[in-house]
Write a protein that binds this ligand. Structure first.
Ligand SMILES: Nc1nc2c(ncn2[C@@H]2O[C@H](COP(=O)(O)OP(=O)(O)OP(=O)(O)O)[C@@H](O)[C@H]2O)c(=O)[nH]1
Ligand SMILES: [Mg+2]
Length: 469
């Protein structure tokens, strides 16, 4: 399988790296998808694409490169692929024409032939020309990480809004690549064994799009209009919650960190939990109550991933906005992941992008049952004030609930009122929207000290005895 040395000649921009590193298109160990039983093999052969993963490793340590590859593998498998091989090339930067070094392309072709792969997935966002050049030479479908993530989102989107958002992102992505693709490979064919659309092929078909570029544009316009309408709906609901001064908490974090599991633990909500990336695409809002009866909302959100495609962030803006509008972010981290600090950084960078950078954040180190003691200790130092939980065993959930309660904004007015007994309704409202500090039952009514919002303070005005702060 070795390629003559002369073939490496055009591989110029690797020249400043160690010779041996440059020469190897290294196999990453343990990459092939493990199939456990025969029925699974048969089932998967019908459905799966057989893929080879390729990555250019430019910066960071070898461990970083392997973690990135492991994540790409997980993404590919989430999309339904069988991973045959993972290859990494050490290089200062991707080749502008072929992504990996030109000399490596022939080697990649040999691996594709030898393994019987029908798709190559590159870790990154490739230029249209890079995709086309690679496809021409490797002679199987080549897709990039962005298309892969879009594909996973397309498979998981359930609500009308989620589906419209994904389709919009896919069309934006395709629009820029219409000229780049085509040629002898049909995008519509999909994986050899998938019996139809494969990765990157679900969603809008390309040939149709090529024949009528205007149709993309009008479809995009239509989707945007639909999304605006749906967004207006969401705004209404949010405004309603704001009017009632209901504090909101958004659960954010890297994909598969355990956000939905944490929400389920906190509220008993039946939200889909799956060992899959991007299981949750539609935000679920649940009502919760503090120990003293104040009502607040908890919203589960779409997970983040490193290099979340820009088109997706834009398309999901209204969903992601939920986090920017929250009073508190519960940032769930998988403490058992090999690189939790990298995940925290990736999540914070998306949060900053969507304007949620200033919302108070409570870090939750989840999967404590699985994480090593050292990892937890290191993370505690990196994130002081973090709560350690296991959504699996329930460890730390009470502590988390208490931390969320104390992180909620406090109603600003403190007052003392004497409420006649027939105004029990007002006592109830203090319970659910304010903080009841003390009650004393007198012969004239209930003597209540409480913190409430200005609205309710206004209504309580006639009964106020003394106001402070
Ligand atoms: N061992 C362990 N597994 C957990 C824990 N919390 C969640 N999991 C598992 O991790 C996987 C992902 O959990 P989810 O709650 O779906 O994660 P998520 O963050 O909502 O994921 P997405 O919606 O896909 O972004 C599931 O298999 C859970 O059972 C935990 O504390 N310990
Ligand atoms: Mg989820």
């Amino acid at each position: 399988m070795s390629v003559p040395e002369s073939e490496y000649a055009p591989d110029y921009d690797g020249e400043q790296l160690d010779l041996q590193e440059r020469h190897s298109l290294r196999r990453v160990a343990g990459m092939s998808t493990e199939l456990t039983d025969v029925t699974e093999v048969e089932y998967r052969q019908l459905r799966l694409e057989r893929v080879v993963l390729v990555s250019v490793w430019t910066t960071g340590s070898e461990v970083d490169a392997e973690n990135a590859m492991a994540e790409l593998k997980l993404l590919a498998e989430t999309a339904g692929s069988e991973v045959l091989e993972g290859l990494v090339q050490r290089r200062l930067r991707p080749d502008p024409a072929t992504y990996i070094g030109r000399g490596k392309v022939a080697e990649l072709r040999e691996i594709v032939v030898a393994t019987g792969a029908d798709t190559v997935i590159c870790d990154g966002e490739l230029a249209p020309a890079q995709l086309r050049n690679l496809e021409d030479r490797v002679k199987v479908k080549v897709i990039d990480r962005t298309a892969l993530i879009l594909d996973i989102f397309a498979q998981h989107a359930k609500s009308a809004e989620g589906q419209a958002q994904v389709e919009l992102a896919q069309l934006q992505y395709l629009k820029q690549r219409l000229r780049g693709w085509g040629g002898n490979l049909s995008r519509q064919a999909g994986g050899r064994a998938s019996g139809g659309a494969g990765i990157g092929g679900r969603g809008p078909g390309e040939t149709k799009l090529e024949t009528d570029r205007r149709r993309i544009h009008s479809r995009i316009a239509k989707l945007r209009a639909t999304l605006r309408e749906l967004d207006a709906n969401r705004q209404l609901k949010r405004a309603e919650r704001q009017r009632h001064q209901v504090p909101s908490v958004a659960i954010v974090g890297y994909t598969n960190a355990g956000k939905s599991s944490v929400l389920n633990r906190l509220t008993g909500a039946g939200v889909l939990v799956e060992d899959a990336l991007f299981a949750t695409l539609d935000p679920t809002t649940r009502r919760a109550q503090t120990s003293d009866g104040r009502v607040y909302t908890l919203t589960d959100t779409v997970g983040f991933v490193r290099h979340l495609p820009h088109d997706l962030v834009e398309a999901f803006a209204s969903t992601l906005e939920e986090s920017a509008q929250a009073d508190l972010l519960v940032h769930v981290v998988d403490a058992s992941d090999p690189d939790p600090v990298g995940q925290i950084k990736a999540v914070r960078s998306v949060l900053a992008d969507i304007g949620a950078g200033d919302v108070p954040e409570l870090i939750v180190l989840n999967k404590a049952d699985k994480a090593s003691r050292e990892a937890i200790t290191t993370l505690r130092t990196a994130a002081p004030g973090a709560v350690v939980t296991s959504a699996r065993t329930g460890e730390g959930i009470d502590e988390l609930r208490a931390a969320v309660e104390s992180g909620l904004p406090r109603p600003e007015r403190e007052l003392r009122v004497l409420l006649p007994y027939e105004r029990g309704d007002l006592v109830d409202r203090i319970h659910t929207s304010g903080e009841l500090l003390s009650v004393e039952h007198t012969e004239h009514g209930s003597l209540v000290t409480a913190r409430v919002h200005p609205d309710l303070a206004g209504e309580l005005g006639p009964y106020t005895l003394a106001a402070s702060s």
